[in-house]
Ligand binder design. Structure first.
Ligand code: C2E
Ligand code: MG
Ligand code: MG
Length: 450
């Protein structure tokens, strides 16, 4: 394989048009990736050719680079493209790789020679280790998330081999390490379940199967309700109640989470509008805004259409966003948030401390509230007050106050945690100590009880 990035350059220089291309040149363009010059997914797909089972055995590997967007954001597209090319070169050098390609973005695939899992694991460990740093900064570690379909499964399920490898890949959820996940049949059941959820989503919305629970947020001093977070539940086929952990990530990774978020926002608006009609005092309710929705150009209009239809004051709706480096376009995300904030909506940064762009986002993100993640609150019980975790927790609360944000702690379950948080200067608590998420009617009762 030769890397012919030169090809399109010379073609442009000669000022030729598409009609002048030879058949070979058209094939080249069809089967190669413009950025790296390496094979593309179309080439791999033709090699896999599910209609014609192979007369040789092979395994299939799919991987991506963890937090690749961070490299784009911090070092720019040129460096990011060099990383992609480095990976392609490295695939091309392996004598155990039958065929490789760059699928799209930072996704790569390899058909690999048949061997036992142990050998393949060792080969892949070495493979990723050799490309584990940024060419322009050897101190910047690169990590990969890799899914592997072993030989038998690859042969049996040639038509879904890439889906299975991607499914295995998605099971890798850790930070700061390369993960190689081998596909297992349990995962296959999981993919079936995911497909079932996805294909049923529209009907579930029509059947009104999504239910909104509210978890009250309490003022840490007065111990009175100051608002709530809307947390979705799915009364799946009206047979069993599913928690968000069972389905949110499925909808997020398939870019349909907006449909659920929109249902939740609408239900919250209807609830607030009922309260308004009955003369019950309103407190802000927060809804989770999946970061994948930031790419939707009509998001602001969609939100406004719902909230204004029910004539809900904008400051009664808060949007919770998780901090993450993975925004494909950080600037437009920040722009959208400031527009929402200018319109009077409240913005809070959810699960603070779990991502790792926290500090820079804190500086740039237009926001009102910082939600300290439950993992810090847990450490009050498991570590001493002088432990690193507790010191960090106190500093986060201090920092948030100094920057003028309201600080709320998530997941406090005991009096000891609440007392610690109060002493550290935290403003509000959302946790089982005061209340679990409850149906809307029960939230109303709690407000009435004062
Ligand atoms: P989150 O936004 O961080 O919500 C807080 C989660 O922590 C909720 O879990 C809540 O029940 C749980 N929690 C609160 N206090 C305590 C406590 O004291 N102890 C324990 N053990 N847990 C506590 P839940 O309802 O299962 O939601 C999980 C996640 O699912 C949410 O995390 C949010 O990221 C996502 N989610 C929920 N509803 C929606 C939604 O409508 N749209 C989107 N996009 N995501 C949602
Ligand atoms: Mg939240
Ligand atoms: Mg949270």
């Amino acid at each position: 394989m030769n890397f012919q990035r030169e090809y399109s350059k010379s073609h442009r220089e000669k000022g030729r048009t598409f009609d002048d291309l030879t058949k070979e040149e058209i094939y080249h363009m069809l089967y190669h990736d413009a950025i790296t010059g390496y094979y593309n997914w179309i080439h791999m797909w033709h090699t896999l050719d599910p209609q014609n089972p192979k007369d040789y055995t092979y395994g299939f590997v799919h991987f991506d680079i963890k937090d690749f967007k961070m490299i784009n954001d911090v070092y720019g597209h040129g460096v990011a493209n060099d990383v992609l090319t480095m990976v392609c070169h490295h695939i091309d050098k392996q004598d155990w790789v039958i065929q490789g390609c760059r699928c799209d973005n930072d996704n790569f695939a390899m058909m690999v020679e048949s061997c036992d899992n142990n050998t393949l694991q060792k080969r892949l460990d070495k493979f990723f280790e050799e490309i584990s740093f940024l060419p322009v900064n050897k101190n910047y570690k690169l990590y990969y998330r890799c899914g592997v379909v072993t030989v038998e499964d690859a042969i049996k399920k040639a038509d879904t081999v890439a889906d299975l490898a991607k499914l295995a890949q998605r099971q890798g959820k850790k930070h700061y390490c390369t993960e190689i996940m081998f596909f297992t049949s349990d995962m296959y059941e999981k993919i079936n379940k995911e497909q079932k959820y996805l294909s049923y989503l529209e009907q579930a919305i029509e059947n009104d199967e999504f239910i909104v629970y509210l978890q009250p947020k309490y003022d840490i001093h007065t111990e009175k309700i100051t608002g709530a977070e809307a947390l979705v539940r799915w009364n799946y086929k009206k047979e069993k109640l599913l928690n968000p952990g069972d389905f949110i990530s499925v909808f997020e990774s398939n870019d349909v989470i907006g449909k659920v978020d929109q249902v939740v926002l609408k239900k919250v608006c209807i609830f607030l509008s009922e309260m308004k009609k009955q003369g019950i005092p309103l407190y802000p309710i927060s809804v989770n805004l999946s970061r994948r929705r930031m790419e939707n150009k009509h998001l602001k209009e969609q939100i406004l259409a719902t909230v204004d239809f029910y004539e809900i004051p904008h400051n009664m709706i808060e949007f919770e966003l998780t901090e993450s480096a993975a925004y494909s376009d950080r600037d437009s995300m920040l722009q959208l948030l400031s527009e929402l904030r200018e319109l009077g909506f409240l913005i809070s940064m959810d699960d603070f401390g779990t991502g790792y762009s926290s500090l820079s986002l804190l500086k740039d993100m237009p926001m009102d509230t910082l939600k300290v993640d439950k993992c810090f609150v847990d450490s009050i019980l498991t570590s001493s007050e002088t432990s690193k975790e507790c010191i960090l927790l106190k500093e986060i609360i201090w920092l948030s106050k100094m920057m003028g944000f309201c600080c709320i702690a998530e997941g406090a379950e005991t009096k000891e945690q609440v007392d610690f948080l109060r002493n550290a200067g935290c403003d509000k608590i959302q946790g089982y100590y005061y209340s679990k998420p409850v149906p809307m009617e029960d939230y109303l009762l709690k407000i009435r009880e004062g």
